[in-house]
Design a protein around this ligand. Sequence first.
Ligand SMILES: CC(C)(COP(=O)(O)OP(=O)(O)OC[C@H]1O[C@@H](n2cnc3c(N)ncnc32)[C@H](O)[C@@H]1OP(=O)(O)O)[C@@H](O)C(=O)NCCC(=O)NCCS
Length: 155
Amino acid sequence: MKNSQIHFSERHAEIDLYQLQNLFNIAAFWAKGRSVEDLSIAIANSEPVVSVWDREHLIGFARANSDGIYRATIWDVVIHPEYQGNGLGIKLVETVLSHPRMQVERVYLMTTYQHAFYKKIGFQTNSTTTMVLYNQSHLDSLSCGDVQLQESLGA
Ligand SMILES: CC(C)(COP(=O)(O)OP(=O)(O)OC[C@H]1O[C@@H](n2cnc3c(N)ncnc32)[C@H](O)[C@@H]1OP(=O)(O)O)[C@@H](O)C(=O)NCCC(=O)NCCS
């Protein structure tokens, strides 16, 4: 952090997809190996998208989806390991939460290891509402022919 010049941005266009891919590969176990093409789609369909920079280096990222009134979900929160522990993670999540689209009844997020971090921001554990459909992996496991066959069988 010495001699760093940190700034936060909410501009989608500013994201360098190759730096984001690299940041995820270094520090986000759930997002390793994502292609720049797919990252571009995720960013285009998210609002807000918040990035953290040290000069021209991308050192933090988070994004969210919101319906603008009832529910929003935060995704892909990450601070580069060399910059962790300096308050940037909290500021990153607070910047996401302060966006106009995040002024909703409930904000959800999924986390495997960082419950203590999010509790500091005001999130509560909520084990009762968590379910997931692994949609893409299900489709990937079927060949094109299988899908057509199942569709014709009404599956
Ligand atoms: C989680 C993460 C974003 C936190 O960023 P950070 O910049 O290190 O966090 P901060 O410095 O803002 O920490 C703020 C506070 O949370 C605490 N904190 C941070 N990570 C914590 C953790 N894993 N467990 C408990 N407390 C934690 C800090 O000690 C600090 O407490 P303090 O205010 O009492 O000093 C960062 O560690 C990270 O990118 N981790 C890898 C990716 C990841 O797991 N992301 C979350 C996916 S859901």
